[in-house]
Design a binder for this molecule. Structure first.
Ligand SMILES: [Fe+2]
Ligand SMILES: [Fe+2]
Length: 332
């Protein structure tokens, strides 16, 4: 997951242009969505161009956008496919449920992609998928099983009246993301750190501490989160990488760099570390990413490529990252 958090960061920049895009598409919606969709499904296009098309479709939403995204799960880039599933979850549109169920069940899909499909089913928040998620909570692929356990807990929490904005007394989520767990109630950083790192606790409780620390966003909180990169669950470590990317605090650079550099580290974790470094976007981050853009692990290599492309974007002051439609207008 995660590149689309960049498009969230740019949302304020996009707002003025967004209304133009909306009115533009409402004129000839289906053809325009289809034109962006064709870029997304085309394996001959650059990966970064395809990511832009994906974010454009996510922002537009609607059934056609969901259908184009769904058709792209035949691709051979696990990075792109996991982002498809992430976007479908963040869109929170129930019409994406059948596709996500198929992807979760499909053991020919990479664990990272199936994980993201399971998480997206939890993010949509409809309890019709509860039995399926319970079934896959026992999946032999540990990342998939743990994801489904978390998604079950999230759905049960929603059914018991949980409010997506978080528990009473917790800090709100400033990142507009739909998270796999609500933030814990306000505690000190040291108490939250203890809850985060206690491997005897259920993952859901540890994730609550993670999101509470993220919402605090102080240097102390960021360093506590970075300590989570040493925990035993790869799923947990990858989520730490993800939230550090959301926070974009330079204090996490050394821990993220170490995560990316650990050869024996799970590729999903190295991918999140690379992406988080890209989100922080400092000169030193770019140098690290340059070193790994030829990594032998494909998802790591592609993560570095896309992250560097996005940094170029930030530097070039291009007006909108999710510019699939604008490019289209330019081509006509
Ligand atoms: Fe990811
Ligand atoms: Fe993920």
């Amino acid at each position: 997951m995660g590149y689309s958090k960049h498009s969230e960061l740019f949302l304020s920049m996009e707002l003025s242009i967004y209304s133009t895009v909306i009115s533009y598409t409402s004129m000839a919606s289906e053809q325009e969505v289809a034109a962006v969709g064709r870029i997304l499904i085309n394996p001959k296009q650059d990966l970064t161009t395809r990511f832009r098309a994906l974010f454009t479709l996510r922002n537009l939403g609607g059934l056609e956008a969901i259908e184009w995204i769904s058709q792209t799960f035949v691709d051979d880039s696990a990075l792109l496919k996991h982002e498809l599933a992430y976007c479908l979850g963040q869109m929170q549109d129930e019409r994406a449920i059948p596709t996500l169920e198929t992807v979760l069940k499909d053991t020919t899909q990479e664990p990272m992609v199936r994980h993201e499909a399971g998480e997206a089913l939890g993010a949509i928040g409809n309890p019709v998928v509860l039995d399926l998620l319970k079934e896959y909570s026992e999946d032999p692929v540990i990342e998939v099983a743990e994801t489904c356990q978390l998604a079950v807990r999230r759905l049960e929490w929603l059914m018991s009246g949980g409010d997506q904005k978080g528990e009473e007394g917790s800090d709100g989520n400033p990142y507009c993301s739909v998270d796999p767990a609500p933030p814990a109630q306000k505690k000190t950083v040291s108490e939250l750190r203890t809850q985060l790192l206690d491997e005897r606790l259920p993952l859901f409780e540890r994730y609550k501490a993670m999101f509470a620390l993220r919402n605090l966003g102080t240097e102390e909180a960021v360093l506590a989160l970075g300590d989570g990169l040493q925990c035993s669950s790869a799923l947990f470590r990858h989520e730490i990488g993800y939230v550090l990317g959301q926070i974009q605090h330079p204090a996490s650079i050394p821990q993220l760099q170490a995560g990316l550099e650990r050869d024996e580290e799970n590729a999903m974790v190295r991918h999140e570390c690379a992406e988080a470094l890209g989100a922080i976007g400092k000169e030193e981050c770019m140098k690290i990413l340059e070193r790994y853009r030829k990594d032998k692990e494909r998802v790591v290599k592609e993560s570095c490529e896309v992250a560097l492309d996005m940094l170029e974007y930030e530097n070039s002051k291009q007006f909108q990252y999710a510019d699939g439609l604008l490019r289209l207008q330019g081509e006509q």
